[in-house]
Design a binder for this molecule. Structure first.
Ligand SMILES: CC(C)(COP(=O)(O)OP(=O)(O)OC[C@H]1O[C@@H](n2cnc3c(N)ncnc32)[C@H](O)[C@@H]1OP(=O)(O)O)[C@@H](O)C(=O)NCCC(=O)NCCS
Length: 152
């Protein structure tokens, strides 16, 4: 497989539409997240990234600028392209893009079975477990790690 091409895309674009279709396939059809929870108002203002392999959108995520940090969300990779490092490359590229713009505090909410993946990218979990989209999640951040405390 050729290396994925990773880039930010405008929200009103064919590539972003393909990313939204991938999100629906992964979150709504595969993970059974309620359809009405999949899109939200942040989609209009977020920075959306796609991973392209031979012109096809096979991965996506979005960055949301919040006052206290940048939130990484909706990380999804096409089932047939998993386990090849695409999510890892997407997250690294999106964080590098944000850092170039002066943002260096990153936050995300991870499905509880994905903590190991995000820990390997430098994130630490904190606070209580909570439900989102019908699945248990934990908040994670890559800053102020020494004060991050898990709550049962
Ligand atoms: C989670 C997901 C984005 C990972 O995408 P991917 O491209 O297969 O991930 P990568 O190949 O970059 O894997 C990165 C690392 O995480 C590990 N990993 C992948 N999925 C994992 C999981 N469910 N739990 C723990 N580790 C995982 C891989 O083994 C790999 O480790 P390595 O680099 O040491 O080999 C993908 O499985 C997916 O789209 N899942 C459905 C949607 C989802 O759960 N999104 C995340 C919400 S928090």
């Amino acid at each position: 497989m050729s290396d994925p091409v990773i880039m930010p895309v405008p929200v009103f674009s064919l590539l972003c539409n393909a990313a939204f279709a991938l999100r629906r396939a992964v979150f709504v059809w595969e993970q059974k997240v309620p359809q009405e929870e999949e899109h939200d108002d942040y989609d209009l203002t977020a920075t959306h990234f796609v991973a392209l392999v031979e012109g096809e959108v096979v991965g996506t995520l979005r960055l949301i600028d919040l006052p206290e940090h940048t939130k990484i969300g909706r990380v999804a990779v096409h089932q047939a392209f998993r386990g090849r490092g695409i999510a890892r490359k997407l997250i690294a590229a999106a964080m590098a893009h944000a850092r170039e713009r002066g943002q260096d505090r990153f936050y995300l909410t991870a499905q509880s079975d994905k903590l190991g993946f995000y820990e390997s990218l430098g994130f630490v979990a904190f606070g209580p477990e909570f439900m989102d989209g019908g699945m248990p999640h934990r908040a994670m951040r890559d800053y102020d790690k020494q004060s991050a405390v898990l709550v049962d």
